[in-house]
Design a binder for this molecule. Structure first.
Ligand code: CU
Length: 62
């Protein structure tokens, strides 16, 4: 999985709940990318720590 950051506002991608934790830089990035290869199956609830109430997604690793 790769997330690309662009634009003027910083964002992060962080596991809020799931079988394993991972996170990009918690204060957010405005450029570049973050990659992770989840090796543990399960459901990962992801949030942007800069915008936790409006930016979230679910990743299911089978
Ligand atoms: Cu954000």
């Amino acid at each position: 999985m790769t997330w690309n950051f662009s634009g003027s506002k910083p964002h992060s991608v962080t596991v809020a709940n799931g079988p394993r934790g991972f996170s990009s830089v918690y204060w957010g990035q405005t450029s570049g990318s973050y990659s992770v290869t989840p090796k543990v199956k399960g459901t990962y609830k992801l949030v942007c720590l800069v915008h936790p109430t409006t930016m979230a997604e679910t990743l299911v690793v089978k």
